[in-house]
Design a protein around this ligand. Structure first.
Ligand SMILES: NC(=O)c1ccc[n+]([C@@H]2O[C@H](COP(=O)([O-])OP(=O)(O)OC[C@H]3O[C@@H](n4cnc5c(N)ncnc54)[C@H](O)[C@@H]3O)[C@@H](O)[C@H]2O)c1
Length: 348
């Protein structure tokens, strides 16, 4: 049963595995969210999560959770094979939902989630937290300034090492793209708008090592180059995006936090000093300063997305990113994997 919204959001978490314990629940501490109940089909995990925020209501079934608790939102961290069915159940119980990325394995199931969200009038938020990461948020501000002009080109790469997504039985190029690279499939569209067409080439060194070189055309007319692979390592930082504008400016974000803003600088001449109006500037978080706002959960975006969720729902406003953004990312994942060197038009 939903509550009358107060000053803080009453949330239940379903899926108390590694990610909920490492990121979602710690991030909630910095947002106006009370974790009033936790649920995992594995009781030990549910109890471990409950202890993190001294939550006494512990469930092993989502049906019991929905029947007994008064919640504003159910936050799910399980996997895309189960989100469609469970999210529908929660929305039909009249409660808003947040699902971690990716929201579904197929575009059809993601569409169905959107239809149920519309039919029931419940929010269905999707966990693309990179939109709230400090560096990516700053980049969004910079490219939104009139002097940046329009985004004309995006160059992006997000790579990793070998690992199998928890919800997938095997490591396939599709499972990797949908689980890992999906963050950037959302982020590039967050900046440059919907992708209109895609051409991708797969390179595969062995069964579990592969990558895609992806050529993009956005509906806006902008172009993009995206590189995704597991040829690198999970132990090193390996993501970068550069957004180029129509007025000689660009913004680059490296490894989530380092932001470089390049303007149309005056060429070098004898005795030229630093020109604050046009020379390149770099921002990095001050990790030497002890402050809650300098924590990695803030800079990675987990806190920002929880705060946004609470702010929007407490003021009865729609949450972003939502299932429409989820559909766009899942659709792009399928298009990349099925392209095989052919241009795929993406219809909405
Ligand atoms: N945004 C990010 O940076 C990020 C990082 C890692 C994982 N994730 C996402 O978080 C989600 C969970 O990943 P994880 O690594 O924590 O997985 P996990 O397997 O560690 O945890 C999933 C939990 O869900 C429980 N569960 C499964 N079915 C259930 C059901 N029907 N009812 C209740 N509980 C159920 C399992 O017992 C398990 O404890 C996935 O969607 C994953 O893609 C996001």
């Amino acid at each position: 049963m939903p509550t009358q919204h107060g000053m803080r959001l009453r949330a239940g978490v379903v899926g108390c595995g590694g990610f909920a314990q490492a990121a979602l629940i710690p991030a909630m501490r910095m947002a106006p969210i009370d974790l009033v109940a936790v649920c995992d089909r594995d009781l030990e995990r549910a109890e471990a999560c409950g202890r993190m925020l001294r939550t006494t209501a512990v469930y092993t079934s989502i049906d019991d959770l929905l029947a007994r608790e008064q919640l504003d939102i159910v936050i799910m961290a399980i996997g895309p094979t189960v989100y469609p069915e469970l999210a529908e159940k929660v929305m039909r119980a009249g409660v808003d939902v947040y699902v971690e990325k990716p929201p579904a394995v197929t575009v059809e199931k993601a569409h169905r989630m959107r239809d149920v969200s519309r039919e029931t009038g419940r929010n269905l938020a999707v966990g693309f937290m990179k939109r709230f990461a400090t560096g990516y948020r700053m980049a969004k501000e910079l490219v939104s300034e009139p002097e940046f002009g329009k985004i004309t080109h995006v160059t992006a790469r997000i790579c990793s090492g070998v690992w199998t997504p928890v919800w997938s039985n095997e490591l396939t190029p599709f499972a990797f793209v949908l689980d890992h690279s999906v963050h950037y499939l959302d982020l590039i569209q967050f900046y440059a708008g919907p992708v209109a067409s895609v051409t991708a080439e797969l390179s595969q060194a062995k069964a579990d090592r592969f990558g895609y070189a992806v050529l993009l055309r956005f509906q806006s007319g902008a172009t993009g180059l995206l590189e995704i692979s597991n040829y690198e390592s999970r132990g090193v930082p390996n993501e970068r995006i550069q957004l180029m504008g129509s007025e000689g400016r660009s913004v680059t974000v490296e490894n989530v936090s380092r932001v470089t803003y390049t303007r149309d600088a005056v060429p070098m001449s004898q005795g030229r000093g630093f020109d604050p109006a046009s020379d390149r500037v770099v921002w990095e978080p001050n990790m030497t300063n002890i402050s809650p706002e300098n924590s990695s959960l803030v800079h990675q975006g987990y806190v920002g997305e929880m705060r946004h969720l609470a702010d929007m729902l407490l003021s009865n406003k729609p949450v972003k990113p939502d299932i429409a953004d989820g559909i766009a990312a899942v659709q792009l994942a399928h298009s990349i994997v099925s392209s095989n060197g052919q241009r795929i038009e993406i219809s909405r």
